[in-house]
Design a protein. Structure first.
Length: 354
């Protein structure tokens, strides 16, 4: 099984990728991270079958709808969430299959009325959303939250899992990534040890929490599974060339297209001068600006034409695209594989011995 824990720094949200047999699911995808997630799926050769929501989020907009448009995945949310846009409304006992593996649904209300926890088939890991955090829990003061319901959810649905079961939360604000049932039963200051439901209710009622900054935008959008309203940027991809975004966030361009359009783009070679005239040669009319000089010399490039950066193997040129973006260049792409790939494919070059 493939497992990845992904992070959105703006909302401190964790997104989880699980895959088996080429089929994948994403738990709690974030709208702004759809390109990243799609790139990872493509690089790992995975077909996204489902996006799963642990609840209706108040701090970010889900990427479920956008991933469905791009990749054909289906959307699943809790039956008690109030969302009507999903392909499947989940209840306790439901299973989501991917390859030979599956996730079982447990309703864990309390943070919101529609919160779910997803438990892997062998009970080795569970995904708790905001119900149970690492040494904490979600708030209970909005979206039909209830301290009593949350306490019972944790003790009856999560703490009944094996102590060794790893728990992966929907958020963490301190850089923590994973805990376990045994740890939280022993050390969670709100819900662990001998703390009673009354103790927990008093604790939660005494919290003085600020109104979530994005709740007025996020909740309505998430009730529509992240479908944006009119006039909202839906993250359309650049259309000046056949580009693909890597998991590292770099736009790559197809070498065949570059060769065909050499006269309409700026080819930026970021190797050292000795490499430019060395055995691999260079692309005709390529502009030589070594990577170490690029930030200071970026003004030598024009912003009217797109820029394709190239180096020996594609690493330095990928870094060059980020330098150019920071300098205000919008239409920038990397030539993956660099001159090694260019020459191996027999494309036109000047100089060199290949």
């Amino acid at each position: 099984m493939i497992f990845r824990q992904l992070f959105d720094p703006a909302s401190s949200t964790y997104t989880y990728l699980l895959a088996d047999g080429g089929e994948a699911v994403l738990i709690d995808p974030v709208f702004e991270q759809v390109r990243r997630d799609a790139a990872l799926l493509r690089e790992l050769g995975l077909n996204l079958t489902w996006t799963l929501e642990t609840h209706i989020h108040a701090d970010h907009v889900t990427g479920g709808w956008l991933l469905k448009q791009r990749l054909g995945s289906r959307i699943a949310v809790g039956a008690e969430s109030g969302a009507t846009c999903a392909d499947r409304l989940l209840q306790t006992g439901d299973e989501i299959r991917f390859g030979s593996r599956s996730l079982t649904v447990r309703a864990t209300p309390g943070h919101t009325a529609g919160c779910l926890t997803y438990v892997l088939d062998d009970e080795s890991m569970a995904f708790t959303g905001d119900c149970l955090l690492i040494r904490g829990c979600g708030r209970t003061d909005f979206q039909e939250g209830s301290p009593g319901a949350l306490y019972r959810s944790v003790h009856e649905q999560i703490f009944t899992l094996p102590d060794s079961c790893l728990l992966y939360p929907g958020h963490d604000y301190r850089g923590l990534t994973v805990t376990s049932v045994g740890e939280e039963k022993a050390y969670n200051p709100r819900l662990g040890g001998d703390l009673s439901e009354n103790d927990f209710a008093g604790y939660m009622q005494a919290l003085k929490l600020a109104h979530p900054k994005k709740i007025d935008v996020a909740v309505p959008a998430n009730l529509q599974c992240g479908r944006p309203g009119k006039g909202v940027d839906i993250m359309s991809d650049p259309d000046w060339a056949p580009l693909s975004c890597t998991f590292a966030g770099v736009w790559d361009v197809d070498p065949a297209w570059v060769e065909e359009h050499c006269g309409t783009v700026q080819i930026l070679d970021v190797r050292e001068p000795a490499e430019y005239t060395g055995p691999l040669g260079h692309i005709p009319e390529a502009i030589l600006i070594p990577l170490g000089q690029l930030a200071a010399r970026a003004n030598e490039l024009g912003k009217d034409w797109p820029i394709v950066a190239v180096c020996r193997a594609g690493g330095r040129s990928a870094q060059a695209t980020n330098i150019l973006k920071d300098a205000g260049f919008e239409r920038v792409a990397n030539l993956p594989g660099g001159m090694l790939r260019w020459r191996s494919e027999g494309r036109i070059a000047e100089g060199g011995s290949g």
